[in-house]
Write a new protein. Structure first.
Length: 114
């Protein structure tokens, strides 16, 4: 069955960096576009970044220039490098196949606070 395990979150000061990982299983990872999403307290879940099968990347305007999405098909893993973090980046971060209604993983908490 399709599963996602997110990791790498934590507490960081504004301006700091974190690298999130998403380990996927239950499908042929290299054959699907993948996305990162996030949900802040009291807000709806939103799309953060997408990487296609060919490696093309798209970002939400709010993270463009600060976040970088990447994938390692040999490891069935996707990453999100987050730099210049802001307080408003605080959220639980999730990964999923783009345009598929997969079950969500447990997510990884990112807290940006001074």
């Amino acid at each position: 069955q399709v599963q996602f395990v997110e990791s790498g979150g934590g507490l960081v000061q504004p301006g700091g960096s974190l690298r999130l990982s998403c380990l996927a299983s239950g499908f042929t990872f290299s054959s699907y576009a993948m996305s990162w999403y996030r949900q802040a307290p009291g807000k709806e879940r939103e799309l953060v970044a997408t990487i296609t099968i060919g490696g093309s990347r798209n970002y939400a305007d709010s993270v463009k220039g600060r976040f970088t999405i990447s994938r390692d098909n040999a490891k069935n893993t996707m990453y999100l490098q987050m730099n210049s973090l802001k307080i408003e980046d605080t959220a639980v971060y999730y990964c999923r196949r783009r345009n598929y209604n997969d079950n969500w993983g447990q997510g990884t908490q990112v807290t940006v606070s001074s």
